[in-house]
Design a protein around this ligand. Sequence first.
Ligand code: URA
Ligand code: SF4
Length: 213
Amino acid sequence: MNPEGNLAQDTLKEVAKEVAVCTRCALHHSRKLAVPGEGPADAAIMFIGEGPGFHENEQGRPFVGAAGKFLEELLASISMKRSQVYIGNVVKCRPPSNRDPLPEELLACSGYLERQIQAINPRVIVTLGRYSMAHFLPNAKISDVHGQSMNVKGRLVIPMYHPAAALHQQSLKSTIQQDFLRLPELIAKSASLPEQVEAATQEKKDAKQLSLF
Ligand code: URA
Ligand code: SF4
């Protein structure tokens, strides 16, 4: 792997080490295992969900329960495997009884997600559910923007409904299935936007430069 790839790998490992013992928010009380996320450090696509549920908390891995199985089916529908993409969450520790994460918890955890994004530098970010969407598009309404791609700081951000919500509501299920089928086209579009990737690389350089001071 090239030096930049190793650097990305190191950052992901460092974030995983930190979240395992993090006490920045109250969610550490309900944590058995933190779920930093998983996937290739040079993934072109990142999927970002909400937070660990019961099974994720037990195993320390994202999307391993029913929602995960559905996510794998959605990926299979566009001939993709989960091993090809990076999968993470906006909060790394399980909210008690799977309640929604609170604003202060999202804020406390957001720095870890940002470091992961900077390291991986994906061209495309697919957000799963409204808390993940809100990290990138704070004023968007998921019912308006699901399945559409938006340029956020040089990356394509594509909001989707959360697979767990879609599992329990047939209308959302067909919507997310249709939105996924459009992903390959949107991903292809992102490949023809080199200046945006350059902008992201510049951001990375700036960050590196900043860390020198
Ligand atoms: N739901 C999420 O949002 N994230 C997971 O990791 C699992 C289920
Ligand atoms: Fe730390 Fe995030 Fe876990 Fe809160 S959810 S304790 S900020 S790692």
